[in-house]
Design a protein around this ligand. Structure first.
Ligand code: 0PR
Length: 366
């Protein structure tokens, strides 16, 4: 066994450490999440009758998340990622409304919606953004027609961390009788701790919400919650599973790890909402620190950070390459041309200062 592990180690050691990564929405899982993950390593929620304890824990976690997102008796499950959450929400919307025409998403929507268009065979219409890179709700209204069955709002966009006006989208959804899905894959475990609440089930028209513990929830990968306002929306995903311990299955995958349930629950229990808030506030403090320090060098932030993401206008590809040579990883966005820094919990204050120094050096030599 020693030999095999040594071989594995040689591959693992080629991977990058998170400490110099500002391009990722993932982070080192919390130690309690790692312990929980290991404990539940053999569980398979694809056959919940064999794992009734893990299934019970999942129901408890969903109900805790319901409290966080403004509806105690929410329905849902823990899946593989924001992509699965978004797919399932649109599938549910299609099945509940009985329509299969088009959906309207913001131009800033994650690329998972391109997969959805392909998989479900619906037209994905992209609404323009306003000057602050929020979806232009007037354009959403303009794009809706008789065949539209769902609209999407984003609470924490992938590129800028911006939050759409979910209240306005809710009004539009109720008026046009369409399903409203909120993609809070990233923002779900940020916004509530910043006191931003008007993106979740507290807003009347919100039918479903994706929020990923494997991003800012510090859980192990994979762990992602898809939540529905009504049990019937979840039930609309059911297929029959005649030979299993359960007669029906609403999940996208069949075999499904219980590790994401255990690790997400462990972080929630161990840190509590108060402890998670502290982590988020520290990320925000460091995000603003990076913003102020970098702006002092003459680069301009694209928007005032709403979540722990900050983007700077510059010759992005060149800056990204130069930073990479110095061991720092950032990503780039195209509209507007900018580098993107996601300030996850692994970016400490001293790392942030080191990063800023590296960026200053790059900017000086441009
Ligand atoms: N919705 C939003 C708003 C997202 O930002 C993402 C992923 C998803 C949905 C899809 O989530 P899954 O990737 O869990 O299916 N956002 C990150 C991104 O695409 C994911 C990521 C994380 C990418 C870590 C790279 C990385 O190193 O940028």
């Amino acid at each position: 066994m020693h030999q095999v592990l040594k071989e594995l180690e040689s591959y693992l050691s080629k991977d990058l450490q998170y400490s110099r990564i500002l391009s990722s929405m993932c982070t080192n899982p919390h130690p309690v999440a790692v312990k929980a993950h290991t404990m539940f390593i053999r569980t398979n929620l694809g056959d919940p009758g064999l794992f009734p304890g893990t299934a019970e824990l999942e129901r408890k976690l969903i109900s805790e998340l319901g409290k966080l997102f403004g509806k105690k008796d929410v329905s849902g499950y823990i899946g593989s990622g924001g992509t699965e959450g978004n797919i399932q929400a649109i599938r549910a919307a299609k099945n509940v409304t009985g329509k299969k025409g088009n959906i309207v998403v913001p131009e800033s929507a994650h690329f998972s919606f391109a997969k959805i268009g392909d998989l479900i065979g619906v037209e994905v219409r992209r609404a323009k953004l306003d000057g602050e890179y929020r979806v232009d709700t007037g354009d959403v209204e303009r794009l809706i027609d008789d065949d539209t069955f769902a609209i999407v709002g984003i609470a924490g966009t992938t590129e800028l961390g911006q939050v759409d006006d979910i209240r306005a989208l809710s009004d539009i959804a109720l008026e046009n009788d369409v399903f409203l899905h909120v993609d809070a894959a990233f923002g779900g475990f940020v916004l509530p701790f910043l006191g931003i609440r008007d993106f979740d089930f507290r807003v009347e028209g919100v039918c479903s919400l994706t929020a990923d513990p494997h991003k800012m929830g510090m859980a192990t990968i994979p762990s992602s919650a898809i939540l529905f306002r009504e049990e019937e929306y979840l039930e609309a995903l059911n297929v029959e599973t005649p030979y299993l311990t359960s007669a029906k299955q609403y999940t996208l995958t069949g075999t499904r790890p219980g590790t994401g349930v255990a690790s997400a629950y462990a972080v929630l229990r161990y840190l509590g909402f108060e402890g998670m808030k502290k982590v988020v506030l520290e990320c925000m403090r460091i995000t603003r620190l990076i913003k102020d320090e970098v702006e002092a060098t003459g680069l301009e932030a694209v928007i005032e950070p709403v979540t722990n993401v900050v983007c700077f206008r510059c010759r992005a590809e060149k800056v990204r390459e130069e930073l990479k040579k110095m061991g720092w990883i950032v990503s780039t966005i195209r509209r507007p041309e900018a580098i993107r820094c996601v300030v996850m919990p692994h970016i400490t204050e001293s790392l942030a200062f080191e990063f800023v120094e590296a960026l200053k050096q790059v900017v000086r030599n441009l």
